[in-house]
Each structure stands twice: as structure tokens, then as C-alpha cells.
Design a protein around this ligand. Structure first.
Ligand code: 8DG
Ligand code: MG
Length: 136
């Protein structure tokens, strides 16, 4: 007899660590009805079929926080299993962008000094990202 094990597809997410000229980082608060709702995140979202990670990042940052990004560099990737969802976060530094940040999906957005990041509640997967930013 064969046993089938339920497997869920890992969700590939493009994530931007956006830093401004004052070395502040843009955080957005996940809406409560979403996965990991109420937690603070770095803006980003799912990579769609046929898109590169950079294309997805540019699209998501425009859709979510109204920024046009002009330069990015890879920071790290994190594969994380939540009890209810498996994610692969593809995280990029964003240091060149134009526009003013607004939460276009009704979410709160905030520029936060690096030294204040530890006072925010992030999803579990984000711990290595925070460590990396603090090292930089
Ligand atoms: N954007 C972003 N997502 C993160 C971070 N940390 C982390 O675990 N995630 C997870 C939460 C979600 O499961 C997933 C991001 O998905 P998403 O933002 O595209 O999707 P969503 O939950 O808004 O759901 P959907 O309605 O678009 O399907 O990655 C982070 O710092 N930024
Ligand atoms: Mg999103």
C-alpha cells in the first residue's frame, strides 16, 4: 500500500530591504488577515510564472509601497517552513529608488533606523535578515 504524504509547494517570495540616504529601512505591517498577519515585514511578494526575481521585486514594490527601484543587489535566500506554509525568501538590497513610500494596500509603512529594528516583531524566517542588516 502506498502512503501519500501531503506536500505543499514552497512559495517563492521576492523581498526588498530598502535603505534610504539616512540609513533607515522601510518596514510594512502585514494586514491581519494575511499569513503572519500583524507582523512587520520587508515589502515584497510572490514571484509569478515567467518572471525573474528582480522583475517580481520591482513589480511588488511598485504595487505595495509605490517605489520605483533602479538598483538592487542580492543579500541572501532563506528557506523556512512555517507550520502552515513553506517559503523561499529571495532577499535583495535596494539602495536606488525613486518615489515616496506609501502603503498602497492599506498597510502601515515606516522608515526605521537600523538600531531600532530589534524592537519590531518580524516573522520567524526574518531573523537572519535582521542579523545581516545589523552586521552591514
Ligand atoms: N514580503 C515579505 N514576506 C515575508 C517576509 N517574511 C516572511 O516570512 N514572509 C512570508 C509571509 C508570506 O507567507 C510570504 C509573502 O507572501 P505575499 O506577501 O506575496 O503574499 P500574501 O501573504 O500577501 O498573500 P496573497 O494574498 O498575495 O496570496 O512570505 C518578509 O519580510 N517580507
Ligand atoms: Mg506581499
Amino acid at each position: 500500500m502506498s502512503v501519500s504524504i501531503a506536500t505543499t509547494k514552497r512559495v517563492h517570495v521576492a523581498v526588498g530591504v530598502i535603505m534610504n540616504a539616512d540609513e533607515q529601512i522601510l518596514l510594512a505591517k502585514r494586514l491581519t488577515h494575511l499569513h503572519q498577519g500583524g507582523k512587520w515585514e520587508f515589502p515584497g511578494g510572490k514571484v509569478e510564472k515567467g518572471e525573474s526575481v528582480t522583475q517580481a521585486l520591482a513589480r511588488e514594490l511598485k504595487e505595495e509601497v509605490d517605489l520605483t527601484i533602479t538598483d538592487t543587489s542580492s543579500l541572501m535566500s532563506i528557506s523556512h517552513d512555517y507550520p502552515d506554509k513553506q517559503v523561499l525568501l529571495d532577499i535583495h538590497w535596494v539602495t536606488c529608488f525613486t518615489g515616496e513610500a506609501h502603503g498602497l494596500e492599506g498597510q502601515e509603512v515606516k522608515w526605521v533606523a537600523k538600531s531600532d529594528l530589534q524592537n519590531y516583531d518580524f516573522p520567524e524566517a526574518n531573523k537572519p535578515i535582521i542579523d545581516k542588516i545589523l552586521e552591514s
